[in-house]
Each structure stands twice: as structure tokens, then as C-alpha cells.
Design a protein around this ligand. Structure first.
Ligand code: URC
Length: 322
């Protein structure tokens, strides 16, 4: 298909950038004044230690000669991008991952006119408070944090140039790498039974699910945290997931994520949509001949099942909840 190439009108892919830019800030401004929800104790964070791993991707027609002619005169070295991110972490006056991404993205556009679009995303590098003995019993240390694994906040923003300066084209927030196990009161029944089906129906299984949850705001500016009562903290969405899992006897991961989505949209009317990427990591039964509900379980072999789903407020209206 010789006439299908970029030169004949199809949009060309051309971008470059830096990923895995880890940056840490001590004594960032605290996140205060977030609205609390019944599913979560989270009401803010001190940000004594704020870490993130950032990815920057830039686009612009002026970069074409760097690909086509080896002419680097417009190229901002990706090493420079890394330094730019590091430097601006010290200039950011807000308290959220999303706010930092928008701030640094705008700074890129304002500093380098050859950049037409900048995409910035980040995974939070999480740290946990540690409890130490204080005057009134155990209290969180002001100084020592545990380097946490797994679950973390996520942000993504796409910025382009408008007539009056940088414009947010897309925004997405999230909490990723949630892993939850519910020991009983989960079923998986009623699925298609045919000549290929070997999986036995289970009225009560131990369900282990991996979850990434993403959301978009109706007003992207709400993602920044500048109006904290309109900000959706990843910690609260993660807490909704575990509370809903605890509350409902679900018949599948599909059923579970729908209920988490419903609750999230109910709690946060300022969101436009919620989406999920789920994985089934359910252990396999080795023994269930023990007393009561006790079992012995083992890791499942590959391959792994997954579920993806997105929903918005129209799903609540259909269910008669709005
Ligand atoms: O929650 C589940 N959903 C499925 O679609 C599925 N398929 C399967 O084999 N186990 C499961 N579990």
C-alpha cells in the first residue's frame, strides 16, 4: 500500500521524550481540606515525602529534521528534560501528582516554542508513615517512612498551545497496582457450559484481584487539587474498592468492578468517567477438607484472565440512582 504512508495525508507518528524520571521532594505543601467519604479515613496527607516517576513526551513539526536529516538544532535533549523535571519539582507550590504534571507541562511549552504538544504522566512513588512511641501512645513518625511497594497514585495530562497559552487537551487520574484478596463469599457461577468448559462452578471461592482504576473529571482543573474539596484522592478511591469488595458477595470480577465504579461515581459527582483494568489472580484450591471455611490454596498457573470496563453517570441513571 505505497500511497498509505505519512506523506500522503495519514497522520505521522513523531515524538520523543524521557521516561522513568524519578524525583523526590521533601516537605512539599500538605494536601489539606479534601472532602471525606464514608468508605475512607483519608482526609489529607502531609507530603513530607512526595515521590514520583515521571514520563515526558513531546511533539512538534520542528523536530522533523532531527529524524529526517540528523539536524538537532531544535532538539531539547531528553537528558535536559530530566533536569527540567527535577528542577521544577522544587518550584511546584501544590500538593498533588496531577498538579505537578500540569505545572511542569506548561513550563515545557512556555520554555521551548518548538514543542507543540507535551504529554506528562507519573506514577507516585509511595511512602508510608511509620508508627513510633510518642507522649500519648504510638503516633506517626515525622521523619521515618517506609518505602512502599505496589499501590500508587497515577496522573496523565496532555497539553497543547492555545491562543492564550497552554491548554489541557486530556487529563486522567488513577490508582494502580491495587491487589486485594477476599477469603470467602465470592462466587463464579452461571457462565456458558459447553464442550470446551472444564472450570467447575464455584459458589464460594477465594478471590484475588489486581486492579488499576482510572478517572477523568468533567472539569479537568478539578484534578489539580487547588480546590481540595473537588479533588479525588487516589487513597479514597482505593478505599472504596476495598469497602465495596468487603460489602458485596460478588459473582465475578466484572460484577465487582461495576459496583466499585457505581460507588465511585456516587461519591464523586465531579467525575466524568471511571475505568478499570482488572486481573484475575485467584489462587487454586489444594485442600478444603479442613474445619469450617479453612482451605489450603496455591498460585494459579498462567494464563491470566482480565477485565476492562469504563462507566459514567449515565450508568447510575439507568440503575435509577440519580
Ligand atoms: O470473575 C471472573 N470472571 C470471569 O470471566 C472468569 N472466567 C474464569 O475462568 N474465571 C473468572 N472469574
Amino acid at each position: 500500500m505505497a500511497d498509505d504512508g505519512p506523506s500522503s495525508g495519514q497522520e505521522r507518528t513523531m515524538n520523543y521524550g524521557k521516561e522513568h524520571v524519578a524525583v523526590y521532594r521533601t516537605y512539599a505543601p500538605a494536601l489539606e481540606g479534601v472532602r471525606t467519604i464514608p468508605e475512607s479515613e483519608f482526609d489529607g496527607r502531609d507530603n513530607t515525602l512526595l515521590g514520583m516517576e515521571v514520563r515526558v513526551q513531546v511533539e512538534g513539526e520542528e523536530f522533523l529534521p532531527s529524524f529526517s536529516e540528523g539536524d538537532n538544532s531544535a532538539v531539547v535533549a531528553t537528558d535536559t528534560m530530566k533536569n527540567f523535571v527535577h528542577h521544577h519539582m522544587g518550584e511546584y507550590e501544590g500538593a498533588t501528582v496531577e498538579g505537578f504534571l500540569e505545572f511542569v507541562g506548561k513550563e515545557f511549552l512556555e520554555t521551548y516554542p518548538q514543542m507543540e504538544t507535551v504529554q506528562v504522566s507519573a506514577d507516585e512513588l509511595p511512602f508510608e508513615e511509620r508508627m513510633v512511641p510518642g507522649d500519648d501512645g504510638f503516633e506517626p513518625s515525622d521523619l521515618v517512612f517506609r518505602v512502599a511497594e505496589g499501590e500508587s497514585g497515577f496522573g496523565h495530562v496532555v497539553l497543547s498551545r492555545g491562543d492564550d497559552g497552554p491548554v489541557v487537551e486530556e487529563q486522567k487520574s488513577g490508582v494502580t497496582d491495587i491487589e486485594l484478596v477476599k477469603v470467602k463469599d465470592n462466587s463464579f457461577t452461571g457462565y456458558v457450559q459447553d464442550e470446551y468448559t472444564t472450570l467447575p462452578e464455584r459458589e464460594n471461592r477465594t478471590l484475588y484481584v489486581g486492579l488499576d482504576i482510572y478517572w477523568t473529571y468533567a472539569e479537568p482543573a478539578d484534578a489539580l487539587g487547588e480546590e481540595p474539596e473537588r479533588y479525588v484522592p487516589p487513597e479514597q478511591v482505593s478505599d472504596i474498592a476495598q469497602v465495596v469488595f468487603d460489602e458485596f458477595d460478588v459473582n465475578s470480577i466484572q460484577d465487582l468492578i461495576y459496583r466499585i465504579g457505581e460507588r465511585t461515581l456516587e461519591r464523586f459527582p465531579q467525575l466524568e468517567s471511571v475505568s478499570f483494568e482488572a486481573n484475575n489472580r485467584t489462587w487454586l484450591k489444594v485442600r478444603d477438607d479442613l474445619e469450617g471455611d479453612a482451605k489450603v490454596l496455591r498460585e494459579p498457573p498462567r494464563p491470566t484472565g482480565f477485565q476492562q470496563f469504563s462507566m459514567d453517570h449515565s450508568d447510575l441513571e439507568e440503575a435509577g440512582q440519580e
